[in-house]
Design a protein around this ligand. Structure first.
Ligand SMILES: [Fe+2]
Length: 252
């Protein structure tokens, strides 16, 4: 079985408890739950805090294997320090033996399904900009933004430039797709293609190199369904693209 859900932002208690997700009772470690980015379970500075360790161990003890792609709200400095290994045909960061980060541009064969994964997205909640901790005016700038309720983020503390895909990651994705004849069952991403973003938000969301890349993927890859998160809603876009948030849906 494969279940899939949207952004969690480190809020696990509700969505994953047995009352709300009773299907886990019949699951094993060969069954999977995929989070479509903004996992948030690796966020704190420097190392696993007590709270983070608790939840990562908690997932390791569940009946199923937890998989996640990255969103824009992950601590990339730390996420990229976990060991990399090959798993089911693609590359993962091993957070725990059964808590795995599915890396960008990979194709995994799980439960008889081919799944192309591509995490990352550009943050929208940064109208106030990205502050630098060692900027002599840091406190002054922060105070002003707080006072005016303007959202901002701090480099390497609450924002990382790796949130947006690099050229190498995009190329790796294209290469892996080519090797599979540009045909997969599912695509799992955090943001969506540029044209789908327009349907979701008109001109509210600006296109970027990652949404443009996903546009190219949409036009050149055969797939059955495409699942993505990031926009905090549950919505079907046409019959093949599905924006998912708090729902937990079975896809295999
Ligand atoms: Fe996001």
């Amino acid at each position: 079985m494969i279940y899939l859900t949207g952004d969690t932002h480190a809020e696990f208690r509700h969505r994953f408890n047995v009352d709300n997700f009773s299907e886990q009772m019949g699951m094993t470690k060969e069954d999977y739950v995929i989070i479509c980015g903004d996992f948030g379970g690796i966020w704190d500075l420097n190392e696993e805090s007590k709270n983070e360790k608790y939840w990562l161990d908690w997932f390791e003890e569940r009946s199923y294997t937890l998989l996640f792609i990255d969103g824009n709200h992950e601590n990339f400095d730390r996420l990229y320090c976990y060991p990399v290994k090959e798993w089911h045909g693609g590359m993962v960061h091993e957070i725990r033996p059964h808590v795995l980060h599915l890396m960008r541009g990979q194709i995994f064969e799980i439960d008889g399904k081919k799944i192309f994964t591509f995490g990352g997205a550009r943050s929208h909640d940064i109208n106030g900009g990205i502050l630098e901790k060692d900027d002599p005016d840091f406190s002054k700038k922060r105070k002003r933004l707080d006072r005016d309720y303007i959202p901002y983020r701090i480099n390497h503390i609450s924002w990382w430039e790796q949130e947006l895909a690099s050229e190498e990651e995009m190329q790796e994705g294209r290469r892996n797709l080519m090797e599979h004849g540009n045909t997969v069952d599912y695509i799992v991403t955090h943001c969506c293609s540029t044209s789908t973003q327009v349907i979701l938000g008109g001109s509210f969301y600006e296109p970027d190199r990652e949404t443009d890349y996903l546009e190219d993927i949409k036009n050149s890859v055969n797939y059955k369904k495409w699942f993505f998160g990031h926009y905090h809603d549950n919505k079907n876009i046409f019959d093949k693209e599905i924006l998912i948030y708090e729902q937990m849906i079975r896809i295999s």
